[in-house]
Design a protein. Structure first.
Length: 281
């Protein structure tokens, strides 16, 4: 680990991820902590930060486009019957403290703050684990608690009228290469057949690397995947796919996603085997 503003994740002594807690970003990007760069064990970067196509995509993190009308995703807000609209509604995730810091992970407390004050308090747990000499796992759990006295709900452009755009929650902006990455699950392949559907795991594969995402709790596995390969490479787990997710006062939403970061191009059997190893109790 390094300064109060950054944490470096290490696996077998090798740095594999840099976590920035207090980024200096414009308000319209919904400033929030993020992991970037994240790399394979041989040093291949598998994340992007503020790419030209979507400046508000910040490596790996938690981002939600609609918390009771506040934008914690960044960029434009999808407004029903109007489409993507520039609004002055951006919130920020503010690092409070590390409750635990080790070379292979941390536990962090964050405040999700909108124009009217704090809406959610988050406990984020991140751990890096060696799986083989060519793969490691990033284990990320977030717990969002409504600290207000009123009911809140989490939405997405999909719940606000834009079909197929149920992004919001865990999100990984992957490395963009000359060719789009391939995507497959245990049973399907291709963005069109995988996007918007739940699956125990999902693999995104570039030229020399493979990322395998897995919901590590029953509730997380019920969330459909948000997948992009052609427009840009990105994978997320949708908190609000068909309808808004209510968060009553004092209640907590918890999700856990484990991502295998591997050198090389894994086939289905190898991907499934690494997921089993990464998610096993």
């Amino acid at each position: 680990m390094t300064s109060n503003d950054t944490a470096v994740l290490r696996v077998a002594g090798r740095p594999v991820g840099r976590y920035v807690t207090r980024p200096q970003l414009p308000a319209r990007l919904s400033p929030r902590p993020y992991l970037h760069p994240v790399t394979t064990l041989t040093g291949t970067a598998v994340t992007e930060l503020s790419p030209a196509d979507h400046a508000h995509h910040l490596g790996v993190g938690v981002a939600v486009p609609d918390v009771e009308g506040h934008n914690f995703w960044g960029g434009r807000t999808y407004v029903r019957d109007r489409g993507p609209t520039e609004l002055d509604n951006h919130g920020s995730q503010r690092h409070v403290a590390f409750q635990l810091r080790d070379p292979d992970g941390f536990v962090e407390e964050l405040r999700w703050v909108g124009a009217g004050g704090e809406l959610l308090r988050e406990r984020r747990t991140v751990a890096a684990t060696e799986l083989t000499d060519q793969a490691w796992a990033l284990d990320l759990t977030f717990s969002l608690t409504n600290v207000t006295t009123i009911p809140l709900s989490i939405g997405s452009p999909a719940t606000n009228g834009r079909p197929g755009a149920a992004y919001g929650g865990f999100f990984w902006r992957a490395r963009k290469e000359s060719a789009p990455p391939e995507v497959f699950t245990a049973a399907e392949e291709g963005e069109a057949r995988i996007h918007g559907r739940p699956a125990d795991w999902l693999a995104l594969q570039g030229g020399t690397w493979t990322l395998v995402f897995a919901g590590a709790t029953e509730q997380t596995r019920r969330d459909p995947w948000f997948v992009r390969t052609e427009e840009y490479p990105g994978v997320g787990s949708s908190l609000a796919h068909d309808e808004r997710l209510p968060v009553p006062p004092g209640e907590t939403v918890v999700r856990r996603v484990v991502t295998v970061v591997a050198d090389g191009r894994l086939d289905r059997d190898a991907a499934a085997a690494l997921v089993r190893k990464a998610v096993s109790p």
